[in-house]
Structure formats: structure tokens, C-alpha cells
Design a binder for this molecule. Sequence first.
Ligand code: KDG
Ligand code: MG
Length: 408
Amino acid sequence: MKIVTADVIVTSPNRNFVTLKITTDEGLTGLGDATLNGRELAVVSYLRDHVVPLLIGRDADRIEDTWQFLYRSGYWRRGPVTMAAIAAVDMALWDIKGKAAQMPVYQLLGGASRDGLMAYGHASGTSLPALFDSIREHQEQGYRSIRVQTGVPGLKSIYGIAAQSTGEERYDHEPAQRGAYPAEEDWDTRAYLRHLPTVFEAVRHEFGPDLPLLHDGHHRMTPIQAAKLGKSLEPYDLFWLEDCTPAENQEALRLVRQHTTTPLAIGEIFNTVWDFQALIKEQLIDYVRAASTHFGGISPLRKVMDYAAQYQVKSGFHGPTDISPVGLAAQMHVGLAIHNFGIQEYMQHGARTNAVFQQSFTFADGYLHPGDLPGLGVELDVDEAGRYPYEVAYLPYNRLADGTVHDW
Ligand code: KDG
Ligand code: MG
């Protein structure tokens, strides 16, 4: 079965998405997600100019060989642009293989290891009453696990609290905002470290000990600050503390680990299996935050999780709205198949996005299931996608009170 066309489709129903659609000489099509938030067009060029010409005429069945060819023949390995492009090809070929076999992709990966994927949603509020309302709203939608982000007294804007839009479409924007220049936010780590334990104490008091609670530090702390936070959150029994330090310095996790038993999750901006090698082997983390889309696709996600299984490290794949429904489906299939699944992040896409991407997954009683259609179970309505051209949009960035740029 040969690849005859590979089209790169850019659409912006509520936010920008880049999708690769591969078609074979047998008429089968496969979709892959190549969305890189704020740098979307770089991946479009990488695909259109450097990958698509290499795909035409290749055997669509040879997923691993195509992955290795694209990874190794380019010489310049890794990096988010390269790996998002390779991810899209990998996902699209798994989609095609599933359709050819008349099986959902999770069956090709070994079949289901569970009935559904426990999912967490994003509750946030600038005040405790607003946060409590947001948690209840998520529980009413079915969520049984909740990420808690909160305003900090003295700070105007903060990561994790939707800034731009409201209502049904809000998740599709947050945290990126449309506009030609990134929005500026403010940050004060000491104020955050003082405030956050009081928030978790209040949430535990209001919602009891059972509810799994998560928090994202978004790379903002030094190792010793992260150690202090992990320790101060121990009484509130977090499911995880995510990205407590910047991901580049993996050695930081050694220090954090020595000081706290709060479980650690990291890796949403990692691109390859090798980025996790030391963290898993030294058991410095508890959850792998990789996203199929930025990690080279389904094939390497499966490999890193098989390696992690030897060390009792579980999955917590990155599932914000900048992962398209195709990328989300890809990691749902992996999550259903692997034994060491932990939790799946699930921010809901808005109605316009769901009209562009027709999906077959279900979300009921807090559990996701990718569905049983052959392949990934997602189709793209090209006409609908064409109604929403690319719009420039960027993630915000941070400055401290004295004007220094800080990690965002
Ligand atoms: O593109 C950046 C977002 O995906 C990121 O800010 C979301 O940290 C995030 C999360 O945990 O979902
Ligand atoms: Mg995160």
C-alpha cells in the first residue's frame, strides 16, 4: 500500500491546529496532529517543504521504518518542530494501519488493559469561592480528578486561569491568546509559595480526602523552592505536582526528590524517549507527561512507557486544547493499551473544533474511551476546516516585579 498524497491542513476554529492527512493508493486516509502552540507555521513548512516530498510513493505499512528514516536521515535530530512533524506522520500511518486491519489502534497495540481512562480537568479561580465553583462545575461534568490552579494575592494574572474567552469556547483559547505579540503576565514565587498550601488546605477541607488533586507549577521554581513546595503540600496528598522546575535541568529533580514524597510529573515539553532516560532510571519522577504530538507520535510514546513500566513510572499524557482531537485520540489509544497508565489530562475542545474534527471517543463518569472505530476514530471535515484560516496567536510570558523575564 503506497502513499499517494500527504496534505497539511491548517485550521483555526477556536485556536490553530495543524493536521497531516495521508492518502494511500487503496483509498485509505490517516490523520496526524502536528500542532505546536505559537509556532504552528514552522511545522507546516517542515512538513510541506521537507517531509511530504519524501513520503510520496513510500509503503504506508512500514511505520517504524518511516519513523527511523525521518528521524535519522534529517541529521538534525530532536526539537519540537522536527518531532511534531514526525509525530503527525507516525499517527497518520497508525490510523491507516487500523483502518486496513478494521481495528481501533489500541487493538493493534495489544488490546485494552482497562475499561476506560481516568481523566482530570482544569479547575481554577482567582478567589476560593470561584475555585470551589469551578471544582463543582467539573464534578458535574463527570470529572473525578481535578487540577487546581489559583490566583495569588498581589498578582494580576496567573498561569492556568483562562484569560481571554468565556463560556463554552474558553478552553480552546487558554492559555494562548490571539494577537501579534505575547501577552505579559506577572510573577512572584515567594507569594505563590506562601499562598498555595492555604488553597489546598481549603480545598481539602471543602471536598474531603478522596478527590484526586493535581497542580501544575509550570517550570517556575528553583530546585529548593520546588522542594519546599512539595514538602508543604504533603498534608494535602496531591496526585501530582507537575513541572515544578524548568525541564532543561533534569538534575534539579534529584534535589526535589530528596526532600518530598509529593509525586512528581514532568515532560510535556520533552520531545524524545531519551529526554526521560535518566529521570525514569533514577526514579526521579512518577508520571510521564509527554504528548503524542510533541514526542514523535504513538511509536515512541509506547516505547517510553514500556521502559517506564520497569520502574513503576506511569503515564500522565499532556492533553491541553493545543493537542488536537487527533493527538488526543492517539494518546487515548496508547493509554488504553499500556499496563502502566496513570491518568489522562482532558481539557474539552469547543463546539467549532468538534465540528471540524468528528470524533468517536466517549467521556462518562470521569473516564475516557477512544471508541471502537477502525484507526484513531477521528475524521476531519475539510470544508469546515477551510472556514477558519490561521490566526496569529501566542502563549503569554512572565516578568518579575523588577522587569526580569521569568519562566512561563
Ligand atoms: O502550549 C502550552 C500548554 O499546552 C500548556 O501551558 C498546558 O501546562 C499545560 C498543561 O499542563 O496542560
Ligand atoms: Mg503543564
